[in-house]
Design a protein. Sequence first.
Length: 249
Amino acid sequence: RDMEAELRRAIACNHLAMAYQPIVNLADGSIASFEALVRWTHPERGEISPGTFVPLAEQAGLMPELGDWVLRRVFADSHDFGTAEISINLSPLQIVARDFIATLRRLLAEERVDPSRFTFEITEGVLLDRSDRVLGLLGELQDMGFRIALDDFGTGYSSLAYLRTFQFDRIKVDRSFVQGIESDVDAQSILRAIVALGRTLRMKVVAEGVETLLQQQLVHAAGCQYVQGFLYWRALTPEQVVSLLATDR
Ligand code: G
Ligand code: G
Ligand code: MN
Ligand code: NA
């Protein structure tokens, strides 16, 4: 379709950019890491949401190209971010592509970055078939030094089962839990239980979508140490990240 050709062109012509949303450590208010989020500014139509064009890229078979573009861009940007840690979203279709690991190794060598600075965020979709191949690939990423986070935790129908399938380094609690927390006492209990679960299974727990001070207080009371949301920061340009890091430390 029309949009598909335009996305192809956007990838080729660098009409895409990465934005970086800080993840905050509630213990001291410092920035723990950043989540890399892809942005598309169309010359006529303006900002197009990745919520729209990532699924489009997946349907059109463009995910390997888009995903490779994101990896290279983030690795390149990371040189200006000191030693800051960065999370990168991976599409299931990107991981299972034939040459994903080979491409990743090539990009690592070309951009000369240290894998231990990067966490890959994956959604449950990637584990749906629980194939040995996918688990093997995730293990291979960990062996290379990357960390793996389970994104949108709690929204799928077998989130807990996946924790037995793979040793994740982090879980990101979906924002629907945080946004219910003021009006729903059970939501706080659920968050508290997830934090305890994370601790027992040696994972860091990040709460997403914190928008109000009350939500922060309830999330903190539930024992959660890492938060992300519009209360703190929206996604920043690479230039904004550089100046933020210069003043944060
Ligand atoms: O940034 P925003 O909240 O609009 O993102 C919407 C959705 O797009 C989220 O689910 C997010 O995970 C996804 N997304 C954003 N950037 C990337 C990316 O670089 N790669 C992939 N695969 N998904 C992304
Ligand atoms: O699916 P994923 O967790 O990767 O989604 C990340 C998306 O969440 C980003 O597009 C980002 O813009 C969005 N986001 C980040 N903080 C908040 C928030 O506080 N509220 C809402 N509604 N969305 C947020
Ligand atoms: Mn994410
Ligand atoms: Na999420």
